[in-house]
Design a protein around this ligand. Structure first.
Ligand SMILES: [Fe+2]
Length: 226
């Protein structure tokens, strides 16, 4: 299986001024593309040649794990951003309020988790099989799927995500992130988890990324409405 760089569902300049065209050119066009290229060079002849990204996240080690996870993490990150002003579904809004007190309290805790992460990594909103939400940070390429959690939302806090626009001001980047969150996608992930529970990942399509599943669902909704 040859893994391919996802086409962003918006233009490189669509997230300005929060994320600049130059940041997206480097982050998507160089860093993300680099993980794809490296993964495709590593897996031929191994047991992972025909495996999905999720399977590699669950079971691979070393360079294959690092590059597969970084491909997945970036697929997830780009898809959970949007230039449109979106809001959480009523169901997601309700559970965030119930478990964090308010959406504002959730955002504050998420930012604090991002600021507390030493070095490079990711901050996630996750859910478990008992519908407990949690804010989790992972270092480097690590992904909460490895710990049995289902990711609903993510922010990339590697310096390459913000250094061009914010230099070392990670707090400003994390504040800006909320203006770009694609709540439709986060709500979709929550609804999908509630529907499928432990079987969640088996519902992804051929390249096994939530991006693919999300696009399929949006296409289906648009076709149903036309
Ligand atoms: Fe990144």
């Amino acid at each position: 299986m040859v893994h391919e760089l996802i086409k962003l569902p918006y233009a490189y300049n669509a997230l300005e001024p929060i994320m600049s065209t130059e940041t997206l050119q480097y982050h998507h066009g160089k860093h993300h593309a680099g993980y794809i290229s490296k993964l495709n060079s590593l897996i031929p002849g191994t047991e992972y040649e025909t495996k999905s990204l999720v399977e590699m996240i669950k079971h691979a080690e070393g360079a294959i794990f690092n590059n597969a996870a970084q491909v997945y993490n970036h697929d997830f990150f780009w898809t959970n951003l949007s230039p449109e002003n979106t809001t959480p579904s009523l169901a997601l809004d309700s559970i965030i309020n119930a478990q964090f007190g308010s959406v504002e309290a959730f955002k504050k805790a998420f930012i604090e988790k991002g600021l507390a992460l030493f070095g490079s990594g990711w901050v996630w909103l996750c859910i478990d099989e008992k519908t407990n939400l949690s804010i989790v940070s992972t270092s480097n390429a690590d992904n909460p799927i490895r710990s049995g959690l289902v990711p609903l939302m993510v922010c990339d806090v590697w310096e390459h995500a913000y250094y061009i626009d914010y230099r070392n001001a990670r707090a400003d980047y994390l504040e800006g992130f909320w203006k770009l969150v694609n709540w439709k996608f986060v709500s979709f992930n929550y609804a999908n988890h509630e529907k499928h529970r432990g079987d969640y990942f088996s519902n992804f399509c051929s390249d096994n990324t939530p991006y693919c599943d999300y696009v399929d669902s949006i296409d289906a909704m648009e076709n149903a409405g036309s």
